[in-house]
Ligand binder design. Structure first.
Ligand SMILES: [Zn+2]
Length: 265
């Protein structure tokens, strides 16, 4: 199954509880302004100066059928393993990758990260990363958005092992010298992690374990199999999403609220 419009592809795999409102930014001038800002604080990804990154960006855009001129990609000299996306509805997006992330990651992992960030553009997600006053509903929406974007990341690198490796890398900051890749050992800690999730209800991202588990399930789902192998097999996406929701709901403290808590809720 192929999609000629990347926004249709995104709709097809979107996590069903990812219901972001339309973003208000529509002005193309803003995109140009941000573009010149980023070309000042970072290095534009280009064939001449960063050929390997340019090639990975090309591969991702081709796989997602996103016109490459809509994606302005930059590297920022920053020590934290991170990336972000500023998008301007369907008009275009700026993708910024921190240098440390690139120094540590393999090509497939970089493709996953680039794809994940382009995912935020395709889903028109709101961004809350720098907002300390984030509400519970906003953080819940943000976590749901990450699940959808990971799916686009996977469709960009087409290798669930590499995608999960990128997640463990983001979580640990480790190079291959110290990292042994073992998904099932990594997911084993999920049980103990559940105990602390309710303390993290304002976090904008689900834990790497939830994301890895959700992606693994998505890789076995019917939509993924249809897109990648053209086969009508695998789990229904609604069943995958049901499981993911159950995991994400553990971020909320489910104990009975006191009278005063209810009063000020
Ligand atoms: Zn994200």
């Amino acid at each position: 199954m192929t999609f000629s419009d990347p926004f249709d592809l995104a709709k097809f795999v979107r996590y069903s509880h990812d219901k972001h409102k339309e973003s208000n930014i529509t002005n193309l001038e803003d995109l140009y302004q941000y573009e010149s800002y980023y070309s000042n604080i970072g290095l534009r990804i280009s064939e001449e100066i960063t050929p390997k990154l340019h090639q990975n960006l090309n591969i991702v855009c081709n796989r997602l059928k996103v016109p490459q001129n809509r994606i302005k990609a930059f590297v920022l000299s920053r020590p934290d393993i991170n990336a972000h996306c500023k998008h301007f509805q369907k008009k275009g997006a700026i993708i910024a990758l921190n240098s440390e992330l690139i120094n540590l990651m393999s090509d497939g992992e970089v493709q996953f990260i680039i794809g994940h960030e382009i995912g935020h553009f395709l889903f028109n997600h709101n961004y809350f990363d720098d907002n300390p006053k984030i509400t519970k509903t906003e953080s819940k929406n943000s976590r749901a958005g990450e699940i959808s974007s990971d799916r686009i990341g996977l469709l960009s690198c087409i290798n669930v092992d590499l995608a999960i490796k990128a997640m463990i890398r983001l979580q640990s900051g480790l190079s291959d010298k110290f990292l042994r890749f073992d998904t099932s050992a990594f997911l084993l800690d999920t049980k103990s992690e559940k105990l602390v999730r309710s303390q993290l209800e304002n976090s904008t991202h689900p834990s790497a374990r939830i994301r890895a588990d959700a992606l693994l399930r998505f890789s076995l789902s019917e939509p993924y199999q249809l897109i990648i192998n053209n086969e009508e097999s695998g789990a229904k996406l609604s069943d995958v999403d049901k499981h993911v929701k159950k995991e994400l709901d553990t971020y909320f403290n489910l104990r009975e609220k006191s009278f005063f808590e209810k009063l000020f809720d």
